[in-house]
Structure formats: structure tokens, C-alpha cells
Write a protein that binds this ligand. Structure first.
Ligand code: EPZ
Length: 430
């Protein structure tokens, strides 16, 4: 199994191209099931999760062709992928496929809207909390679906004539349930109003793509989304928005290691709260015409407290990385996780590098230390694993991160991007 070796101590200088967002690409790919026409997505990152979803969509009958050529512009590695689901050949999403990635559960929305039925295995995904599906069930039931759980599967059926538009207010903000309800409602009869909707940029990206396919969605990006149902959707061409989590991760890597890096092809407005926290920690962040420039020269890392929250708050997907950064701050910082109850698996691994972190409920107290020392560590989930890479960039000697398959789910060519900026990072295959 592959591992990543990081030899700490180098500053980062250069350009890092930011990929298309994994968490936008996945729901956009799933939206292709809503039409028998071709949905073309540009700027799709080359990631294990994308490959897995390609297999899942293929199982439902999607014909998928990948334009393998790299986009030369900006040295991005993005691919253009065409999805055509002329006929849905199978409305079952089996356990073997869904258990590997939680987002694949989201096919339930389009299958129900288009075929009137779906049998979808209860999901798997990163081990970061219980992650139930009650909000999906409640939301789809509000649109008239009949839902039963049987043998680890959800069997959902739409009423005769299809789903029916309704008003539904989520009791808790959920990105995935917002995606699913929005997709399902595009082809429901009448108007759906979703209250307490997730406001994440990926929800806006999905709504923009669905509208390009002929849907009538307004309000995405606010907490109330209105969807006027239409009978059919057509194909479209859509460019996946930049990955704000990858952007924040590399910004934190530069804040940690020091140096001067341009993150190319991204947009600061996607992650203002996180960038503000990195600024307060001591990095200079300025917009460029096609991205952002991050610098930290001379000064040390200051302690900053953060609390994760749904967008526009500090993203839970950057919590582990920020903790990595705070391990070297000049004082005490606190990080509170409010989204997932078990997203502190990186704490014990960071401690192996010499970090001083104590946990009290949902809050971690991080006492900055003067030095970290390389050690073998284990990735436990996608974002936790990259926090170990960030810490490894300044740890003395070698840090060896195992279970790299977590990283491959969400970071495209991580070692290449960092190495080009002067870091010593290499993949070791046993
Ligand atoms: C999305 O997951 C992201 N995944 C996650 O990124 C991200 O951490 C999360 O949103 C929060 O921002 C993708 O976009 C593919 P939620 P999702 O439903 O949709 C609870 C990464 O590292 N909840 O917004 O699964 C849930 O347990 C991944 O890229 C219910 O209680 O997250 C959590 O506490 C990891 N019932 C909270 O809501 C439900 O039915 C928010 O989860 C659904 C969710």
C-alpha cells in the first residue's frame, strides 16, 4: 500500500493550480441521471471518489466518456467528462458500491424523480461520525415518496404521476440532503420550497448546472431555495467550480511552511472565513487576477480560535488542517467542531509528531510547540490525512503517512503540487 514521505523544513515557493471541487463534481455527476441527454462537465478533478462514482453511474446505465487530455491552461489536470443516461437500466445502488462513498447515496434523488423508484443501500464514507440519513427520508417523504428500510436498503417509491412539490424546512442544515431534495424537486409536479437549506457554494454550483439543464431554481446560496418543477431536463455543459477545501489546505500549508505561493484558478470569495483565520494566524493573503497569493515571511504563527459551522462559517473540512497549523503557533488556540461528533481522529496522530492537544467534548485545546519531529503516522480520513502532511512540512526529519488512499479520494496530485513548490514529498510504494 502506498505511503507518503515528507521531509520537513523547506519553504514553499511557486504556483499551485487548484483543481475542480470534489464536493461539487460528485453531485453534478449525479445530476446527469436526471436527463436522457448528455451532461458535459469540465474541470472534473481526477480523484478516487470521482472514479468510484463513474462506476456507480455506469451501473445505472450511464454512458460515460472521458476526455483524457489535460487542460493545458493554467497547468490544470482537469478532465472533461460526458455523461449520457439514455435509459436507466437499474434503479438499485448496491451495497458494494455505495458503502465506499457516502455521496453515492445521493443517486436516490434523481432516480426517484425520473424513474419513480429507487433502491439504495444505506451509505458508508469517512469515519467522522454517525452520519444518519433521516433528513433525506423526511425531505423526500414531504415530496410524496413512500420510503421503507429493508435489509440495509432504502426502498423509495414516488406516488402515481411522480413526486409532488411541497414546502419542507430542514430541522438541521445538511449539504447532501439539500442537493438531493433540490434534484428530486426539479422534476416534481408543482413548486417546492426548501427552508434552512445549505448555502455552500457547491449547492449554488449544482443549482446553476440544473438551471442550465432547464430546471427552474431560485434562491440557491440563501437558506430558502424555490424549485418550480418541470417535466423534462435537457443536457448542458458546465464547468465545476474551484475546490475551496483544496485552496484552504494549500493556503494553510504555506502559512505553516512559510514562503510565497500563488494558488491559481481559485476564488477567495469561496472561503472568506477560513482565509480570515489564516490571515489572523500571520499569513498575508491577497487576491490575484486568477486566484490568491499566500505569503508568510519572517513572523511566526499566531494562535487563533475557530468554530466550524455550515457555510459561510469556518468549514469542517478545513478543521484538521487548521489544527495542524496551530500545533506550531506561539500560544494556545481552541478549535470547536460543531458539524461532526467524531472528527478529531487526527489529534492522536498529530501528537505522535510532538503536538500538544487536549480534547474536552467538541473542543480541542492546542498548545503551540516550538518544534515537531517526524514520525510514522496513519491517515484516518481524507482531511485528517492532509493535516498530517501539513504538520510534516515543518517537522524535523521524515514523516511517513500511511493509508494514503484517503488522500487520493480528495487531493489531486498532492505530492506533485507540493514538490513543485520546493517541498520534499514523495510517494513510496511497498
Ligand atoms: C458534505 O457531506 C461533504 N461531502 C463533507 O465533506 C462535508 O464535511 C459536509 O458536507 C459538511 O460540510 C460532500 O459534499 C461529498 P451534511 P454531507 O449532510 O452532505 C447530519 C469531505 O471531507 N445529518 O451536511 O454528508 C450529519 O451527521 C467530506 O470532503 C443528519 O443528522 O454532510 C452532520 O452532523 C466529508 N441527518 C450534519 O448533518 C441526515 O440525514 C451535516 O452533514 C444528514 C446529515
Amino acid at each position: 500500500m502506498d505511503r507518503i514521505r515528507i521531509r520537513g523544513g523547506n519553504e514553499l515557493h511557486g504556483i499551485i493550480p487548484i483543481s475542480g471541487a470534489k464536493n461539487a463534481a460528485l453531485p453534478l455527476m449525479i445530476a446527469s441521471l436526471l436527463t436522457d441527454d448528455t451532461l458535459t462537465l469540465e474541470n472534473v478533478p481526477h480523484l478516487a471518489d470521482v472514479e468510484q462514482l463513474i462506476r456507480i453511474l455506469g451501473n445505472h446505465g450511464a454512458d460515460i466518456s472521458v476526455n483524457g487530455r489535460r487542460e493545458r491552461q493554467g497547468e490544470s489536470y482537469a478532465r472533461t467528462i460526458h455523461f449520457t443516461s439514455r435509459n436507466i437500466v437499474d434503479t438499485t445502488a448496491p451495497y458494494e458500491l455505495v458503502s465506499k462513498m457516502r455521496a453515492s447515496f445521493w443517486v436516490i434523488g434523481p432516480l426517484l424523480a425520473r424513474e419513480g423508484k429507487a433502491r439504495v443501500s444505506l451509505p458508508g464514507g469517512c469515519a467522522i461520525g454517525t452520519r444518519p440519513v433521516d433528513l433525506f427520508i423526511e425531505g423526500l417523504t414531504a415530496l410524496g415518496a413512500n420510503i421503507e428500510i429493508d435489509g440495509g436498503y432504502i426502498n423509495a417509491t414516488a406516488p402515481e404521476g411522480g413526486l409532488i412539490g411541497a414546502r419542507y424546512v430542514f430541522p438541521k442544515v445538511s449539504v447532501g440532503a439539500t442537493h438531493v431534495l433540490m434534484m428530486a424537486a426539479t422534476r416534481a409536479r408543482g413548486t417546492t420550497v426548501i427552508g434552512n437549506a445549505a448555502r455552500e457554494p457547491e449547492v449554488v454550483d449544482l443549482a446553476n448546472c440544473l438551471n442550465a439543464m432547464g430546471a427552474k431554481i431560485t434562491g440557491a446560496g440563501t437558506s430558502t431555495i424555490t424549485i418550480e418543477g418541470v417535466t423534462t431536463l435537457s443536457g448542458a455543459r458546465h464547468r465545476v467550480l474551484p475546490d475551496r477545501i483544496e485552496t484552504g489546505t494549500y493556503a494553510m500549508a504555506v502559512a505553516m511552511a512559510g514562503g510565497d505561493v500563488v494558488l491559481e484558478g481559485t476564488d477567495a470569495s469561496l472561503l472568506e472565513t477560513a482565509l480570515e483565520a489564516i490571515r489572523r494566524a500571520g499569513a498575508e493573503i491577497t487576491p490575484t487576477n486568477n486566484g490568491i497569493r499566500v505569503r508568510r515571511n519572517g513572523g511566526g504563527i499566531k494562535p487563533v480560535d475557530v468554530v466550524t459551522d455550515p457555510f459561510p462559517g469556518f468549514p469542517t473540512d478545513l478543521q484538521a488542517q487548521f489544527m495542524g497549523l496551530m500545533t506550531r503557533s506561539s500560544g494556545i488556540s481552541h478549535i470547536t467542531e460543531t458539524i461532526f461528533e467524531n472528527r478529531f481522529m487526527h489529534v492522536q496522530e498529530l501528537a505522535r509528531l510532538g503536538a500538544r492537544i487536549s480534547l474536552s467534548g467538541q473542543t480541542a485545546k492546542i498548545e503551540g510547540v516550538g518544534r515537531l519531529k517526524g514520525a510514522p503516522v496513519m491517515a484516518t480520513d481524507l482531511r485528517a490525512s492532509v493535516s498530517l502532511v501539513i504538520a510534516g512540512l515543518v517537522a524535523e526529519g521524515d514523516t511517513m503517512v500511511s493509508r494514503v488512499y484517503h488522500l487520493d479520494r480528495g487531493f489531486e496530485r498532492l505530492e506533485e503540487k507540493l514538490t513543485r513548490c520546493g517541498a520534499e514529498v514523495e510517494r513510496v510504494s511497498d
